[in-house]
Write a protein that binds this ligand. Structure first.
Ligand code: FAD
Length: 456
């Protein structure tokens, strides 16, 4: 007997329940990845993620080969490809992980119907892409939690399964043919500082980080210059690491740092369960609708300055330049850069979210869109009208200016007490800096925000 395992956002061998179930059910399995043009057409891919994905696939293939198998890659509409492959190798079942986006839900439904018509069973496994499956814990009277803290309390009580080990051997039918693996070489517009992808790299990174920085995570996670967060988000996005395994390993480690890290992983699950229940929240305001946003036409120059990291607010500019260079940004920096666009400039959050998605190596519809909504005050933040001040936040989370100096070299020689407000430097010194004046007075931005929200 033969089973197909369709890999999607779960590009790993450790703790992979669909693969494990397929190996238990069949003599041979076909590990399959489909490059579906619909992903590109929907605007979900981006050069940084394509590069990282290529390395995840290469690594997965190498790990499978060490176990006697290989990864089969095909290009085409996913339903057509899975169906054709199942027929070719006479598979009786197809296994895959449950997804949460509208795209993933629709894919699952279409696959189920198409395969059923051929007499092939589709087995969908929950709790692979997230630690706790979306929809597993719900409050009384609703299909999802809309507020994080009660969700976290309930989520923490869930008993997680034990992570399953990577298989020892994988037998793939000889007759099955695939395409050459995609490669990172030759891809254009990839950020120069992009990390390397793949399960092997992800596991190494986690082990190193857990040894060195996990204990200090609670105190250090907001320190922009310290940069001690795990940077595991791209590996989680592609499923090169298992969220269940990370939660379990952090809990075994124990301590306040590990608790704080587990709480962040819960944020990821939280957003997944919101989007699974409300797929339209990827584009529509989730809780409170605001319709006075400035549009691309109305705010073209402000948006361009923000994208390029020349707003004149050093911490915002540092954040936007880090995004371009690394395809990644520190969480505190994301909050500040996004808050500046959505609240101080009062530009539609969707414009900012699109720019982030075009560059972030961990960029995903779930976490990006819902975090943007949180920041814009249209989503799950219980204090939707708070406005972060980039000067105050810069002083607090980058007190020595190390983060700003790293990404905005024009300000390298500015003293700590002026690094977050270089416009206050004496004119003589100011004139030597090749750095813009503030794009907007913060008080004016706040007044516009309050007016648009009917708060004045
Ligand atoms: P750590 O601090 O080490 O946290 C560990 C893991 O917890 C992360 O890897 C991530 O998977 C998860 N996590 C942490 N914070 C959050 C959060 N607020 N929401 C959801 N999961 C979280 N994260 C993405 O994975 N993809 C995105 O597209 C994305 N877009 C964002 C956009 C905005 C405007 C904001 C404010 C946040 C966004 N985040 C996104 C969340 C967060 O900023 C990143 O997950 C985090 O910075 C990744 O760095 P890390 O792996 O070092 O995190």
């Amino acid at each position: 007997t033969v089973a197909v395992v369709l890999f999607t956002s779960d590009l790993r061998l450790h703790d992979h329940p669909p693969l494990r179930a397929a190996l238990a059910a069949a003599d041979e399995v076909v590990p399959l990845f489909v490059r579906d043009p619909a992903v590109h057409a929907a605007g979900f891919d981006a050069p940084n993620r394509n590069a990282f994905l290529a390395e995840c696939l290469t690594d997965l293939d190498a790990s499978l080969r060490r176990r006697g198998g290989r990864l089969v890659v095909r290009t085409g509409p996913v339903v057509r490809e899975v169906r054709a492959l199942a027929a070719e190798c006479q598979a009786s079942e197809v296994h895959m992980s449950a997804g949460v986006t509208g795209f993933a839900q629709c894919r699952e439904e279409r696959l189920r119907d198409a395969l059923a018509a051929d007499g092939v069973a589709l087995r969908v496994h929950d709790g692979v892409v997230t630690a706790v499956g979306a929809g597993t814990v719900t409050p009384a009277g609703s299909d999802h939690y809309a507020v994080f803290t009660p969700y976290f309390r309930r989520w923490s009580q869930e008993r997680l399964r034990n992570p399953c080990p990577a298989p020892r051997t994988v037998r793939v039918p000889d007759s099955v043919r695939g395409e050459p693996l995609p490669s990172r070489d030759g891809l254009s517009d990839v950020s120069p500082g992009l990390p390397a992808g793949g399960e092997t790299r992800g596991r190494e990174r986690f082990a190193r980080w857990a040894r060195r920085d996990l204990s200090g995570y609670e105190d250090g996670h907001d320190d922009l210059a310290g940069d001690v967060t795990s940077r595991l988000s791209p590996y989680l996005h592609f499923g090169a690491l298992s969220p269940v395994e990370l939660v379990q390993r952090a809990r075994t480690h124990g301590g306040p740092g590990a608790d704080a890290f587990v709480r962040q992983l819960c944020w990821r699950d939280f957003h997944h369960q919101v989007l699974a229940a409300r797929p339209a929240a990827s584009v529509q305001d989730y809780r409170t609708r605001h319709d006075r946003w400035r549009t691309e036409d109305e705010a073209a120059e402000d948006i361009a300055a923000w994208r390029e990291g020349r707003t004149g607010y050093p911490v915002v500019d540092a954040a936007m330049r880090q995004l371009r260079y690394e395809g990644w940004m520190h969480n505190r920096a994301r909050l500040l850069a996004a808050g500046f666009l959505a609240k101080t400039l009062y530009v539609d959050w969707r414009i900012g979210a699109r720019h982030f998605l075009g560059l972030l190596v961990d960029g995903d519809i779930v976490n990006n869109q819902l975090n943007w909504q949180w920041v814009a005050g249209t989503g799950t933040d219980t204090r939707p009208n708070r406005v972060l001040n980039p000067v105050v936040q810069g002083r607090r989370f980058d007190p020595q200016g190390g983060y700003v100096r790293r990404w905005v070299p024009e300000l390298r020689d500015v003293a700590n007490n002026r690094i977050h407000e270089p416009w206050r430097l004496p004119e003589r010194e100011r004139a030597h800096l090749d750095y813009p004046e503030p794009l907007i007075d913060l008080a004016d931005g706040l007044a516009r925000f309050r007016h648009a929200r009917g708060l004045d």
